[in-house]
Design a protein. Structure first.
Length: 263
């Protein structure tokens, strides 16, 4: 049974997961704003090197060396390459993503010490960003059965109203042998037939409620990753305004950070 724990740093709360207890990591709350990863790394491991990217709601996953190469090619020294995931290559690398309703995903391999931080919103989930990150782990020697995945606070499915078209675009990522000619209604119907469906009914025509974390869980299951390797935080950014920023709730461009340090 995976458990989640509230920790404090200088009186400020952040969340950790027992699944990742071997690694310095944290899902930080709005109370840490406006601190950046360069400051937040002091909570986890002050000597670690910090890596982040310019998040663009895509499915690109980079390594620190790729980030450094792209940054050095930029016109400005601090320009960040566009991506939504980072997979470590060496020890003492702190990788970070920010979110404000989208799902922050931290991944670790106990055998290699390698870690990743992924920003999985609905667009990234539709284009399977977490499986993209898993593929990078496998390419560097990881085994599927060793990977541990924690999905942090995000907007919960029961309050995340989206259009049928958005839901079908995301849901198509977990339907086998999807025909491009299948329309949104066909995909929605197929998704609603799934056990523990990621879709919930909505009273407004043309709308449904979408559980993005559940879709990511199903993508992982299809890869062969067991539920015991996955933990999902029992916290909703939208419904907990005292702890988390929520773009859907407040329409403000404020974020909280999540990070993990490689071993």
């Amino acid at each position: 049974m995976n458990t989640w724990h509230w920790r404090t740093w200088e009186g400020l709360p952040y969340l950790t997961c027992s699944l990742l207890e071997r690694w310095s990591h944290g899902f930080f709350t709005q109370q840490f704003s406006p601190r950046s990863p360069a400051e937040l790394v002091n909570v986890l491991q002050p000597d670690a090197r910090v890596y982040r990217v310019k998040q663009v709601h895509g499915n690109t996953v980079m390594t620190p060396s790729e980030i450094e190469a792209a940054t050095s090619e930029g016109q400005e020294g601090d320009s960040l390459p566009p991506a939504d995931g980072i997979v470590s290559e060496q020890v003492q690398q702190a990788v970070w993503v920010c979110s404000a309703d989208c799902t922050p995903v931290l991944i670790a391999d106990p055998q290699t010490g390698q870690v990743a931080a992924i920003h999985a919103g609905w667009r990234g989930t539709a284009t399977r960003i977490v499986p993209q990150a898993i593929a990078r782990f496998l390419a560097s020697g990881s085994q599927l059965q060793n990977l541990l995945i924690a999905m942090g606070p995000a907007i919960a499915g029961d309050v995340y109203q989206v259009s049928v078209n958005v839901a079908s675009e995301v849901g198509a990522s977990i339907l086998p042998d999807k025909d491009p000619q299948q329309d949104a209604e066909f995909i929605i119907d197929a998704l609603q037939q799934l056990p523990h469906s990621p879709l919930l009914e909505d009273s407004q025509p043309g709308r449904v409620r979408l559980d993005v974390r559940r879709v990511n869980q199903l993508q992982l299951k299809q890869l062969g990753i067991s539920n015991e390797q996955i933990a999902i935080a029992p916290h909703c950014t939208y419904q907990e305004p005292d702890r988390f920023f929520s773009y859907r709730r407040d329409k403000l461009k404020k974020v909280q950070w999540s990070g993990i340090v490689s071993k």
